[in-house]
Write a protein that binds this ligand. Structure first.
Ligand code: SF4
Ligand code: SF4
Length: 338
């Protein structure tokens, strides 16, 4: 019996050692590494309250500081164009993925045949970060003009595979040997199902939007439909490019008066609530039905309310989710001022 115990203990210790060696040599083995990384990743999640990282997007930062779009610094970096520009939390997120696939099974893009799988996206970023790591650890990296920062002497011991990985664009097609295909990047609806489902609290949307920010603001590379929408938001303050006076058309379709601030009312002191109708609510046929029904309910309940009418602009939410943070800020400020 004693010898049997020795045998079982030897096999167990031997297996544990082999497992530790395999895991140590394969730092991108998420299935094993999440056992160590899940706890810190959940601990350092964006919401200190313990809630999932949904709701408002993170403000744009450069070097950890929020960017002031009215007077951006010369060396401010907009968005992410290289894997090392993700925050340390981003890199921790990528390494923690258990490859369980819960995010993928809930993703509306994946379930409607789009090329985006949040699981594969996170795994691609992880594999790329780990493969590029020897180059970065040797001091490698590109400056803002795309020039190599490290000397040939510094990079002489870096394996050829790591040097080749460093040449891959973060966003690029298969032909360009990109890490993330543009079609993958632009398929995300930012619905948040992946963030909600992830058992180790990976915050996919923050990383997707950071990559979009660089594409939109520096490369001006986005789908043509998005370009039309952004132009309409800039010029007309709504995604469809409709005239401002059309925002009030729905008020003619209800049989009671809806006061408009600035036209019927001097200011908001005379009413209890400002009813924010929004672009879709004011301009899109199906959403207009909801707007009218809600206004009717308020009217029947005797609630005093007013709308902004033609003065309100898009909240800029869609621009923000596409990565155009300055346009979001601009529209937001204009709404606050009016
Ligand atoms: S946020 Fe994007 S990646 Fe995540 S489930 Fe929704 S569409 Fe898919
Ligand atoms: S749900 Fe989270 S852990 Fe699971 S595959 Fe998706 S990103 Fe990885």
């Amino acid at each position: 019996l004693q010898n049997l115990v020795y045998l079982v203990a030897t096999i167990k210790i031997g297996t544990s050692f082999v497992w530790m060696i395999v895991v140590s040599l394969n730092t991108n083995m998420g299935v094993a590494w999440h056992r160590f990384l899940a706890f810190p990743n959940i601990w350092f999640k964006r919401e200190a309250s313990g809630g999932t990282a949904l709701g408002g997007l993170q403000p744009m930062t450069s070097g950890g500081k929020p960017i002031d779009f009215t007077d951006p610094g010369d060396d401010d970096v907009f968005g992410v164009s290289q894997v090392e520009q993700f925050s340390w939390k981003g890199l921790l997120d990528f390494s923690t993925c258990t490859e369980c696939g819960r995010c993928q099974s809930q993703c509306p893009a994946w379930n409607t045949g789009k090329p985006l799988s949040p699981k594969l996206l996170i795994m691609s970023l992880r594999d790329h970060a780990h493969a590029k790591a020897p180059y970065l650890l040797a001091g490698g990296g590109k400056d803002m003009e795309g020039n190599e920062k490290a000397s040939a002497e510094q990079l002489k011991d870096v394996p050829a595979a790591a040097l080749a990985e460093a040449e891959r664009p973060l966003i690029g097609t298969l032909e360009e040997n990109g890490v993330i295909d543009p079609d993958v990047l632009w398929s995300c609806t930012t619905c948040g199902a992946c963030v909600e489902q992830c058992p180790v609290d990976i915050e996919h949307i923050d990383h997707i939007v950071d990559m979009r920010r660089y594409q939109v603001m520096i490369e001006s590379a986005f789908p043509s439909e998005a370009g039309t929408m952004l132009k309409n938001l800039e010029k007309k303050g709504n995604p469809w490019g409709l005239a401002k006076k059309q925002r009030l058309e729905w008020t003619k379709e209800v049989d009671f008066e809806i006061p408009v601030v600035g036209r019927d009312l001097e200011d908001l002191s005379e009413v209890e609530y400002l009813y924010w109708v929004g672009c879709a609510g004011a301009l899109e046929d199906r959403a207009k039905k909801t707007t009218k029904a809600f206004a009717e309910l308020l009217h029947m309940a005797g609630v005093k309310f007013a709308i902004m009418g033609g003065d309100e602009k898009c909240t800029g939410d869609s621009a923000r989710r596409l990565g155009n943070e300055p346009l979001f800020q601009e529209l937001g400020m204009e709404n606050v001022m009016s």
